[in-house]
Design a protein around this ligand. Structure first.
Ligand SMILES: [Zn+2]
Length: 284
């Protein structure tokens, strides 16, 4: 499944085509949504925003179209009169001026007003979206310390969309590596400076992945490897997918184990199982 940065990229393309413009065509494939076609046509698209792996297209007047791509959904932006070469089924389309934004294959599409959005079973339990809602380091560090999150293994917590929306399997491993924190540790056992480091890493890696189209390795290191002839798959990650390979920092053998139901990768030396920083006063 694509992670938050890939969805934000898709939202950027859709926004470039329709945001701030009046929708002159709205199409829904699902029968129950057909009545909204004439309601939304002629309204301006105010905003295209993301909530983790979901997207909200907000129309003037208070209605929003919520879409979740799951595994197969895919957005295309095309000039009017053109269709993408795909065997997929068109599910939702917005036309505005010269371009149309077309969503194929997605099965989760809903029209929400302010109340149904607030009460939505998926949206209402999401944590902040790093790219669309811009939480601060301090906010994320404080969130890590909240009672509902502090006793969870960090490797599993980072996959929980209720903690932060948009992190998936490769981002959580890369975030924990850059923060030098073992995935089986818990926030309650971390020093304050470790929680700050982790919060900073969540923001930095998500933003970097968005800019680099999925490369989490530091830009300098990735450029160096690329210049030496490495393929993209070889200069993309610090630890993800690299079990039994050498750590790029200390050269020790990387480990992998299931955490939070999916395989997680880490370095046993760079990410020690015990706290290394100053202890929290509350837990010492
Ligand atoms: Zn290492």
């Amino acid at each position: 499944m694509p992670e938050g940065p890939e969805i934000r990229r898709a939202a950027d393309r859709v926004a470039a085509a329709v945001e701030g413009r009046v929708a002159d065509e709205v199409f829904f494939a699902f029968e129950e949504l057909k009545p909204f076609e004439p309601v939304l046509t002629g309204r301006r698209v105010d905003e295209v925003t993301t909530r983790g792996k979901g997207m909200l297209t907000r129309f003037e007047g208070g209605l929003s179209v919520f879409t979740h791509n799951q595994l197969y959904g895919r957005w295309y932006v095309m000039r009017n009169g053109r269709l993408p070469k795909t065997g997929r089924q068109l599910r939702f389309a917005i036309g505005a001026g010269d371009h149309r934004a077309l969503l194929y294959s997605a099965s989760e599409i809903e029209v929400l007003d302010a109340k149904t959005e607030r009460e939505h079973p998926f949206l209402s339990r999401l944590g902040p979206d790093v790219l669309s809602q811009a939480p601060t380091v301090e906010e994320l560090a404080a969130r890590l310390g909240e009672a509902r999150f502090r006793s969870r293994q960090l490797g599993a917590l980072l996959l929980d969309q209720g903690f932060v929306a948009g992190l998936g399997n490769y981002l959580r491993a890369e975030i924990l590596f850059e923060a030098r924190i073992h995935p089986r540790r818990r926030a309650r056992d971390c020093a304050d400076d470790e929680l700050t480091r982790l919060a900073r890493s969540i923001l930095a890696l998500t933003k970097r992945t968005y800019r680099t189209l999925g490369i989490t390795l530091s830009p300098a290191r990735a450029a160096e490897l690329k210049a030496a002839g490495a393929k993209r798959s070889e200069y993309r990650f610090w630890v993800y997918g690299r079990a039994n390979a050498a750590c790029r920092v200390c050269e020790k053998t990387l480990r992998a184990e299931g955490i939070g139901g999916r395989k997680c990768f880490w370095c046993p030396t760079c990410q020690p199982a015990e706290a290394t920083g100053r202890r929290r006063r509350s837990s010492s």
